[in-house]
Design a protein around this ligand. Structure first.
Ligand SMILES: C[S@@+](CC[C@H](N)C(=O)[O-])C[C@H]1O[C@@H](n2cnc3c(N)ncnc32)[C@H](O)[C@@H]1O
Length: 202
């Protein structure tokens, strides 16, 4: 189903990894992670994929609290390794590209979503974890365009959306991809509101 990728250190030069400092290169659980986990534990069923698994904490919670098979994928090989250390099937993958059609009953994603001025971007793994490019939606767009392919009939997508990313713009992309959206959990913070949407085929 997956090609598994490799553990190359191509992006950060490997220094942190060689010193055993993977945490500095891997997104650690935060408020957004907690919301995605809450929604996924409530809604996921069957075989589950968490795209952009980071530390693997969300995937581990789904696996343990729902007793489901969960794959955690990430572009960042340090993240895939951390997920494996938590007992999650962690693999290196760019979004959904290596996965087979109809492979999963639930797909979860807390995407990199901060709108980022190209002049301010920095080329390391934390940028990959945080930056959604200029619009904030540069990862969400290709994800939504392809997720229907890997989703089995009756499947559900759990997507975290920030008000910073443009809630209405994301809803438009969701509709264009042939899904209906229903909020599962929502929480407001001083600078943003985070919502996890459950997407199902129309
Ligand atoms: C906001 S973090 C979320 C991490 C974790 N899911 C959580 O909620 O704590 C986004 C994650 O997406 C990963 N990522 C970025 N671009 C990716 C891509 N093209 N394919 C797969 N994962 C990607 C980052 O490496 C990062 O781990």
């Amino acid at each position: 189903m997956i090609d598994g990728g490799d553990d190359s250190d191509e992006c950060d030069g490997g220094l942190a990894s060689r010193r055993g400092l993977d945490d500095v290169a891997v997104y650690q659980p935060a408020e957004d992670s907690g919301l995605l986990a809450e929604a996924a534990v409530a809604e996921a069923h069957g075989r589950v994929l968490e795209v952009g698994t980071g530390s693997g904490w969300v995937a581990q919670r789904i696996a343990e609290e729902r007793d489901l098979d969960v794959v955690g994928s990430d572009l960042n090989p340090h993240a895939a390794r951390q997920a494996r250390e938590r007992g999650v099937e962690g693999v290196v993958a760019d979004l959904l590209s290596p996965f087979r059609a109809d492979a999963f009953d639930a797909v979860c994603f807390n995407p990199p979503y901060l709108p980022t001025d190209p002049d301010n971007e920095w080329d390391d793994w934390m940028e990959h974890a945080l930056s959604g490019g200029e619009s904030g939606r540069e990862l969400i767009e290709p994800f939504l365009a392809d997720v229907g392919r890997v989703l089995a009939p009756g499947g559900v997508v759990l997507l975290l959306v920030s008000s910073l990313t443009g809630y209405d713009e994301v809803l438009e992309l969701v509709e264009d991809a042939g899904f209906t959206a229903a909020p599962v959990v929502e929480e407001s913070f001083p600078f943003e509101t985070l919502t996890v949407l459950a997407l199902r085929r129309e």
